[in-house]
Design a binder for this molecule. Structure first.
Ligand SMILES: O=C(O)CCC(=O)C(=O)O
Length: 266
């Protein structure tokens, strides 16, 4: 389903979410803030992104690493070295620290997470890059699927550095899916929510496109089902993505989620 873009959004004029906006996030598992991130900061993040891509600064996840539908299947074939994500974004320039510590962002995260905020650097902490010729489809999934925390309570912040449309592979979400108890058999071996499955189809039909302009920010719950197609457009798409957790929701000891230091922002 396509719905008018502005009806998804709240204007970023207030310093905090209103109670209704927080309630909408809790009900839908996502909310969009239009024109939230400032241009100067976005430009600095974009410059670091373009530099990292041009110089192939590792760590990079390549399309060929995942072999999602549409991706080059090996590093040797055409487009084999197409980046899917510049990882460790936080180490790629002070602009990324400036973003995750930006008070208007933090204040809103404290509202959604009910208190002090931590940035786990083991997950997301990346710039998603979707290239026109060699990008891939990401199936329906919940980000929490491979993460390990005391509770499945984290909020992802997805910042568009340029336009995101259905055509160039914008994110699609299923409203309210973060509240559902979905049995394991509804997911495949890689824990993607099965798209061709009569039991799942009615839910997938409720999906909406999160179309964004540069500077718009999508907040979504780590249990919200989401997916995206490859980029059918002609220009690369870049999105800065971090996840945030409440202070009292630590990673489980010994898990990948606990394998890296975190930023304790308070
Ligand atoms: O832009 C995409 O393909 C979606 C990426 C995504 O949801 C993820 O990597 O968790």
């Amino acid at each position: 389903m396509r719905i008018p873009r502005m009806s998804l959004a709240v204007a970023a004029v207030e310093e905090r979410f209103t109670e209704d906006e927080v309630a909408a996030f809790r009900r839908d598992g996502y909310i969009v803030l239009r024109q939230f991130a400032e241009l100067a900061l976005r430009d600095r993040m974009l410059a670091a992104t373009l530099d990292g891509l041009a110089r192939e600064v590792e760590p990079i996840e390549y399309e060929a690493d995942l072999s999602y539908p549409g991706a080059p299947q090996s590093f040797d074939e055409a487009g084999g070295r197409t980046a899917r994500r510049l990882k460790a974004a936080h180490s790629r320039g002070i602009a990324f620290t400036d973003w995750v510590t930006w008070p208007p962002l933090l204040e809103r995260l404290r509202q959604l997470l009910n208190g002090p905020v931590v940035v786990p650097l083991a997950h997301h902490n990346c710039v998603m890059t979707k290239q026109p010729r060699f990008s891939s489809d990401t199936g329906w999934h919940q980000d929490i699927r491979y993460w390990s925390f005391a509770r499945p309570e984290l909020v992802n912040v997805w910042l568009a550095l340029g336009p995101e449309r259905r055509e160039n592979g914008c994110l699609r979400v299923i409203p309210g899916s973060h509240t559902l108890a979905l049995e394991r058999h509804r997911f495949d071996e890689q824990v993607f929510f099965r798209a061709v499955e009569p039991e799942n189809e009615p839910l997938i039909e409720q999906a909406i496109d999160i179309e964004l302009e540069a500077g718009d920010v999508l907040f979504f719950h780590a249990k919200t089902l989401h997916a995206a197609t490859r980029n059918f457009g002609t220009r690369p798409k870049f999105s800065v993505v971090f996840t945030f957790r409440p202070l009292d929701n630590p990673p489980r000891p010994g898990s990948r989620s606990a394998s890296m230091p975190e930023l304790l922002l308070g």
